[in-house]
Design a protein around this ligand. Structure first.
Ligand code: SF4
Ligand code: MG
Length: 327
């Protein structure tokens, strides 16, 4: 995706003028086969919108999205429908993604039926094979969604998403609705399947811990823009942007029982009230005068790292590695 933007018209009641809310601005991202890109940010950071634009579920209001070297066709077009089987999305709520009236195997067969993949017998075999791949027994196929646990349901959704052999899988908060004990299982499963199938995967979450566990690269979003991007381990060990630093320092250390809440001062980001200059400046402990006036651009710092902060060049050298300091 190159310089994509997505804005929405927001109508504020009958007598007021509709205002335009910029959900995503100037986001450039790429994800390769065999790679997981994590997108992390608070709610309202534009990460879900980015995911939907990447899949062509929403057209960008500016910029371009390409898939496999070709410009993504428009949603609804015949070409888009073919392409669509190669790109799948997984959402937070597995129950909402499933049809309560149909058994698991019937709805898992659906994408295969629609796209006429294989003979009926082959489809049947594929369903059992997929259930096995996500660690479920064939017996689960005869059950209805409400008879399954949350973790089992998300496995079913995942199995169904894989049925068309996609090249790209976008997961939007796929484990946020699950018990913490189940979360790790599903994340491990996603990670295994990604490696096994050579998928390009985009993993969206507000939870930096989970994102770190699964991602090769991480992009941090704040109010519709990427503020930092880099190799996952490297970014975690040496965050450059003050926002990433805050996220990293608030992420609980494995083995210690702390609630994974992001502690940041000031108002949570609101896309309808975007601060001037660097959008993070009202909450930034390092802000200088320039920050409220001038928006920092995303600068390449070398080694695959990019950051959008006026202090980025200096910060990357002067700041101590936060992960080590916390140990
Ligand atoms: Fe903070 Fe300024 Fe950097 Fe924004 S540009 S993150 S306000 S120091
Ligand atoms: Mg979201």
């Amino acid at each position: 995706a190159q310089n994509i933007a997505r804005s929405y018209e927001m109508n504020r009641g009958l007598w007021q003028k509709a205002s335009t809310v910029q959900a995503v601005s100037d986001v450039t991202l790429s994800v390769d086969r065999n790679e997981t890109l994590g997108i992390v940010g608070e709610s309202g950071s534009g990460k879900s919108t980015t995911g939907r634009v990447l899949l062509g579920l929403e057209p960008p209001t500016a910029g371009t999205v390409s898939f496999d070297g070709r410009r993504l066709p428009f949603i609804g077009s015949a070409e888009w429908k073919t392409q669509r089987t190669r790109m799948q999305m997984i959402y937070q709520d597995p129950l909402g993604a499933l049809d309560r009236r149909l058994t698991v195997s019937v709805q898992m067969r659906e994408p295969l039926d629609i796209h006429r993949i294989g003979t009926p017998a082959e489809r049947e075999a594929r369903v059992s094979e997929l259930l096995r791949a996500v660690g479920l027994s064939a017996e689960v196929g005869r059950r209805y969604p409400h008879e399954l646990s949350g973790g089992q349901r998300q496995r079913v959704v995942l199995a169904r998403a894989l049925s068309t052999r996609p090249d790209l899988l976008v997961c939007d908060e796929p484990v946020s609705a699950l018990d913490v004990s189940i979360q790790a299982q599903v994340v491990n499963l996603l990670s295994d399947l990604q490696a096994e199938l050579g998928l390009a995967m985009v993993f969206i979450s507000h939870d930096l811990r989970v994102v770190r566990q699964i991602s090769h690269r991480i992009a941090v979003m704040y109010l519709g823009r990427i503020v930092e991007e880099g190799d996952a381990d490297d970014l975690f060990a040496r965050p450059v942007h003050p926002y990433t630093r805050a996220l990293v320092s608030a992420a609980p250390i494995p083995g210690r029982k702390i609630n994974g809440r992001i502690m940041l001062r000031g108002e949570p980001p609101n896309p309808a009230k975007r601060p001037s200059g660097c959008a993070f400046h009202p909450r930034c402990t390092d802000a200088i005068a320039r920050c409220s006036v001038e928006m920092p651009s995303l600068v390449d710092l070398g080694g695959g790292r990019k950051a959008a902060c006026h202090l980025a060049g200096a910060a990357s050298q002067a700041m101590p590695p936060i992960a080590r300091a916390a140990e």
